[in-house]
Design a protein. Structure first.
Length: 374
């Protein structure tokens, strides 16, 4: 007898989406056959090996409305003619084809909202485009039965909007138990300096990258390492080169997840400077925060709801409110000059990791994907 198949779709190149990978692994461990669908661009790296099947659509268009329309068109026809017992849509930009196929073929549909999609800055500044996505969401969302999201704040917003209770499954990191820990020299990180890290797959506008870079000339014996990518990174590389800050700011690009954590554990402080310029960022809880916790890297964060709540709860860092370059540097310098405080925060990170881990969080998924009995 063939296993029940779950087709999971997301509109990225799969390699850097740890939430989707963790959920796919869980589903597979429940006894299902998993097939993950994404897309590949010219800039995409080679697909990492996975224990489940993957497919990435090649795209005629790489951005803009035609990109989304082409992906959704291909996804609809792909899902329509593939065997599937359950369809899983990740974020609003894959929801419509999944919903239509689930109705046509009478299949169970699960929707996982990674963010407060219609309030992302890319849509707030483009009201006509936002209206299209709002219309899709209003058409489909009230009809959904199985919906999850990444934190309590976003779940509450959707409840207020549609009266639907969402299951909260946070994007918590798995327990980190590396067989070896690489040195700064092996990773190419400057030695003999305090290290700050900002990481992530979505280092975009208002994520605090520019604020972190502009404080660096005011810090003593300190280097900022940026591991990841996003739409603001090309401009930031130009800024660093123009201002001749190359000895203070270092870009390492996208890295495989386990390698990323090697960089993270070498940092003295982890930065999460999302600016509350839109509801999506105000209520965000980025995965990097949990990566910092699991590598015992204390956190300096902006005063966004979910992150600041976590930092204060476990006393694992400090909440920053003034992002003027000089004022920000002064706050960071004071922390770096207090090794006892950093040591206390590191110890608290270790304790927090024992509670805030994927191995504990994953139990929330059991109601969506019950174990397949042989």
């Amino acid at each position: 007898m063939k296993k029940q198949r779950v087709i999971v779709s997301v509109i990225n190149d799969l390699n850097t989406d740890q939430r989707v990978h963790k959920i796919c692994t869980f589903i597979e461990n429940q006894g299902y056959e998993v097939f993950l669908i994404g897309r590949v661009l010219k800039s995409s790296q080679k697909m990492e090996a996975r224990s489940y099947r993957t497919k990435r659509f090649r795209m005629f268009f790489e951005k803009g409305p035609l990109f989304y329309a082409w992906f959704n068109f291909r996804l609809f026809w792909f899902l329509l003619f593939r065997r599937a017992d359950i369809l899983v849509s990740n974020d609003l930009d894959t929801l419509l084809p999944n919903y239509l196929v689930s109705r046509i073929r009478r299949r169970k549909l699960i929707y996982d909202s990674h963010e407060y999609f219609t309030e992302v800055p890319e849509l707030i500044s483009r009201p006509k485009v936002k209206a299209v996505w709002e219309r899709i969401e209003r058409f489909v969302f009230p009809k959904l039965q199985f919906v999850s999201t990444v934190n309590d704040s976003i779940a509450q917003k959707y409840f207020e909007k549609y009266g639907i209770t969402l299951k909260v499954i946070r994007n918590v990191s798995p327990l980190w138990k590396p067989s070896t820990v690489k040195s700064k020299a092996e990773l190419g990180i400057p030695e003999g300096k305090h290290i700050l890290i900002m990481q992530g797959a979505g280092l975009n506008v208002d994520r605090g990258v520019e604020e972190a870079i502009r404080m660096m000339p005011h810090l003593q014996n300190c280097a900022l390492i940026i591991v990841g990518d996003g739409d603001i990174i090309p401009d930031m590389k130009t800024l660093v080169s123009t201002e001749k800050w190359d000895d203070r700011v270092f870009f390492y690009g996208k890295r495989p997840y386990q390698e990323l954590l090697q960089f993270t554990q070498q940092a003295d402080l982890g930065l999460s400077f999302d600016q509350p310029t839109n509801p999506n960022y105000l209520f965000s809880l980025p995965n990097k925060v949990f990566d910092y916790i699991h590598t015992s890297t204390p956190i300096l964060c902006s005063n966004v709801v979910e992150v600041s709540k976590l930092v204060r709860k476990y006393r694992i860092g400090e909440v920053i409110t003034d992002f003027d370059p000089l004022a920000l540097a002064k706050q960071v310098q004071q922390v770096l000059e207090n090794p006892a405080l950093i040591a206390e925060w590191k110890a608290n990170c270790t304790l927090a990791a024992e509670k805030e881990n994927w191995e504990a969080e994953v139990g929330q998924l059991a109601s969506f994907y019950p174990k397949v009995h042989e």
